[in-house]
Design a protein around this ligand. Sequence first.
Ligand code: ZN
Length: 195
Amino acid sequence: MVKCFLPGEFLATEEEFSKGENTFEENGSIFSDSLGKPCEDNKLKVISIVKPRILAQLAIGSVIFGIVMLVRTNSVSIELSSLKTSSERQVIGSSFAMLPVRNVSREYVEDLKQEFKIGDFVKARVAEAKPWGIDLRTNEADLGVIKAFCSKCRHSLQLSGAGLKCTNCGNSETRKLSAEYESSFAFPEEKKVQL
Ligand SMILES: [Zn+2]
């Protein structure tokens, strides 16, 4: 089985290959910018990362981690990233899933924009897997935002009472927090989330 690469992992030097899809170059080295398997084109000397498409295998109830890409009035778009612990390194595909407002919390959600913001790291469970996509849910105590950044200065936010506070600029924010919220949580895709 071909090893799966995490975002930011070294793939090759620039002498060996040119960068292809889903890779980036830094200081003469080529790195993966997505979860996936490497694909070497030895004729063109290009190395790329192929993102897996195995969403259909996601069982209902599976725990996923993802990043908030968009917050609408009645749903949140989440890019799925990795499964469970980093030691497992199991890939579930780099694809989008939806979190409908009705699945967010057991409590009434008045404004989704107070619960999620772009760039938040989220722990969720698969509520429904349909051929055209996945619905997620965060309506349990351990589910929800596990790491968030200040919307004013992008500093990581610290728990403060029932909400979050930025130690850099003093800004207070709210989220649908997971009981596992950790301001030091290291997410493999953090690199991509610097807005
Ligand atoms: Zn701030």
